[in-house]
Design a protein. Structure first.
Lengths: 238, 149
């Protein structure tokens, strides 16, 4: 009987020990509250490229809003005017775009740190125009580098044809990071891998570049990136 | 480890995004295909030893002996004049056409197709007759003009 009593005591003791541990743990942990708010910023890369490349001008504003500890509603809005020069034709794409989606942070922060390594998704939409400036027809024996001279010089056309009121929409997978460098001031970088869902194609030409999507590859995919500087307007802590 | 996986995924997707679409491999502006046939037996090809040049141009074919040739048409003009020399005898054919520019692909750009081909021939010395087989030149798959000699 006493044997049973002792083991019962032992069992109960171990239970209290567990209970005590839990209480201790609760006392020990300090809940670091996270700042919630609206974060607004701009893409620095487009400004830099616009300043150095005469064929490009554009800007992009970014915003996100924290809805959970590691979940953000995010979006971008921008404008691009880009002249693309191919071997035997060139065209100018001009238009604006908007993307909306979410970012999911996977980075485990220490203490009050609020950095992010995130993945996310976007839906993108663009309204734009394509202007075919001029082109030289491609004819057999016509080598653009002048290696083989053409029997007849190929015809060059100053077409100046503008295809306006075009639209396109796509989905993107986003990978990125954000670092809080000063309080509420973030530096970020992200890469978008996009897949075109649909676009209105110009007659007798093709959408080879889209604002916000960049170069359209044969498989209707695209890659774009940004380097952002953004500021969080802190609204509350949780 | 998780970070490594992310980087790997990133690289993989980047690789997938690189495509080799820098070379023009599609059919572009077609040439005019001329077949040489036997005047006595119009179904049969008959080779001809030829020198060919366009008016005010260098020779494009020098002493070839073939049953069909392909000739570029001048895209800057609605007419191309070719001279066909067969054992010192020269025949001239004026080819007239309308043209239309068609976008092919990113790497090729635009090609021209030729429509409503008509021809006028002068000084029929060695050529017996000429026949337009296909007035629409949009590829090089078949003979557009038949020359009987």
């Amino acid at each position: 009987m006493s044997k049973y009593f002792i083991s019962l005591c032992m069992a109960l003791l171990s239970l209290t020990a567990v209970a005590q541990k839990e209480v201790m743990a609760k006392k020990d942990s300090v809940h670091y509250k996270k700042k919630y708010g609206l974060r607004l910023g701009a893409d620095l890369s487009k400004l830099i490229i616009g300043a150095t490349d005469k064929n490009f001008s554009g800007y992009e504003l970014v915003a996100d809003y924290r809805i959970q500890k590691n979940l953000y509603l995010a979006g971008e809005i921008g404008f691009v005017e880009k002249k693309s020069e191919e071997d035997n034709y060139n065209f100018t794409t001009k238009g604006s775009y908007i993307t909306v989606g979410f970012n999911k942070n996977t980075f485990k922060n220490w203490l009050e740190m609020d950095n992010e390594i995130y993945y996310g998704a976007r839906y993108g939409f663009s309204a734009f125009s394509q202007k075919l400036n001029n082109y030289t027809v491609y004819q057999e024996g016509t080598d653009v580098d002048g290696l083989k001279s053409a029997y007849f010089p190929p015809r060059t056309m100053d077409s100046n044809q503008t295809y306006s009121n075009l639209t396109a929409h796509w989905v993107s997978f986003v990978l990125g990071l954000k670092v809080e460098t000063l309080s509420n001031l973030f530096l970020g970088a992200s890469v978008n891998f996009s897949k075109l869902i649909g676009a209105s194609e110009p007659n007798n030409f093709k959408n080879l570049y889209l604002p916000g999507f960049n170069k359209v590859y044969v498989t209707n995919s695209g890659v774009s990136f940004n380097y952002t500087l953004s500021y969080r307007i802190p609204l509350f802590k949780k | 480890m998780k970070k490594n996986r992310l980087v790997f995924l990133l690289l993989l997707t980047l690789l997938g995004a690189c495509e080799n679409d820098d070379f023009c491999t599609e059919e572009t502006t077609p040439r005019l295909i001329i077949g040489f046939y036997d005047a006595e037996n119009p179904e049969e090809f008959k080779t001809a030893p030829l020198f060919i040049w366009a008016a005010q141009k260098d020779t494009i074919y020098q002493g070839v002996n073939v049953d069909s040739i392909s000739l570029p048409l001048n895209t800057n003009s609605r007419e191309t004049i070719y001279k066909f020399s067969h054992s010192q005898e020269v025949d001239q054919i004026n080819f007239s056409y309308d043209s239309e520019d068609i976008f092919v692909s990113e790497s090729c750009g635009f090609k021209v197709i030729f429509k409503n081909l008509t021809l006028e021939s002068f000084t029929n010395t060695w050529i017996e007759s000429i026949d337009i087989n296909n007035a629409l030149i949009e590829n090089e798959k078949q003979v557009h003009v038949k020359i009987f000699h």
